[in-house]
Design a protein around this ligand. Structure first.
Ligand code: SF4
Length: 274
């Protein structure tokens, strides 16, 4: 018996597979729910506030004060929706949550002036084929630069352990460039990742070579996924990411119980990486 192959790959799924194959299996194959956490809720909230800023305010009127008003409006939209309504935190934790969200919006303004951005789309879902593999991703913001060239912007609000940062950043950058070229027929002139927490902007100019390298690496990861599905062997890889993992209750590497996974494939052979 083998595990079913996932139907597509996204930048976050590729990162998950390279960081911990078992977490990838729980997410992409077992489809175990990943309940909203304060960190993911904060990310969604800040993304929504910035999206509102660009849609509701024309260039010249995108000030920090206005952005903070959109953050307040976004709180109603995001924190009262089905996904986040049941988030439980103490009063102190909520106060910290709101304060940190405001800091992220303030620090966004340290990275760029939104009045200089000629936005043409937000939250764009792009999908493209790479051989027989379906790649998909969501682009936070697409804009035109002063020469009419495409620029892709991705906001990052989380804190990943340092050793994983570079790998995530570079892979994500080339993934977005590939999707743009395939779907929109134009390679973006620039891709920028705005890490609001640090705050730092990572910018790259995609090339034919970098996109080709993305294809090679993604195919190699897909081959590894296929092999792991065939042999039912997705190895846990304990790291500091375990602290943020939604699947601890099922993961034998941290004392969880794989038999709790609600599917027959839970009997898959596991080799604990040390
Ligand atoms: S707890 Fe750690 S080792 Fe286990 S699945 Fe999650 S990230 Fe992987």
């Amino acid at each position: 018996m083998s595990l079913p192959l996932p139907t597509s790959l996204s930048p976050s799924k590729v990162s998950t597979f390279t960081e911990c194959a078992l977490a990838f299996r729980f997410s992409a194959i077992d489809h175990l729910p990943e309940p909203a956490s304060p960190a993911t809720a904060k990310g969604t909230l800040v993304h929504r506030a910035l999206e509102r800023l660009f849609w509701h305010e024309p260039q010249g009127q995108r000030t920090l004060g206005v952005a903070l008003q959109h953050l307040e409006a976004a709180k109603i939209e995001v924190l009262e929706d089905d996904e986040h309504r049941d988030l439980e935190m103490s009063d102190d934790e909520w106060a910290e949550f709101h304060a940190e969200a405001e800091v992220l919006v303030r620090q966004y303004f340290e990275l760029e002036d939104p009045n200089s951005v000629n936005m043409i789309g937000t939250e764009l879902r792009l999908e493209a084929n790479l051989g027989g593999l379906r790649l998909r991703g969501i682009i936070d913001r697409l804009e035109l630069d002063e020469d009419g060239e495409l620029v892709v912007t991705d906001y990052k609000t989380g804190r990943a352990p340092g050793e994983f940062n570079e790998q995530r950043r570079l892979m994500g950058i080339h993934f977005y460039a590939f999707l743009c070229e395939q779907v929109l027929g134009r390679r973006p002139a620039r891709i920028q990742l705005l890490h609001l927490r640090e705050p730092v902007a990572i910018t790259a100019v995609p090339s034919e070579q970098s996109i080709k390298a993305l294809g090679t690496k993604t195919r190699a990861i897909w081959t590894a996924v296929e092999r792991a599905c065939l042999t039912e062997s997705f190895k846990p890889k304990p790291s500091r990411l375990c602290d943020y993992c939604s699947f601890r209750a099922f993961c034998p590497a941290v004392g969880g119980d794989l038999s709790l996974v609600p599917r027959a494939e839970a009997e898959a052979e596991l080799v604990v990486a040390v």
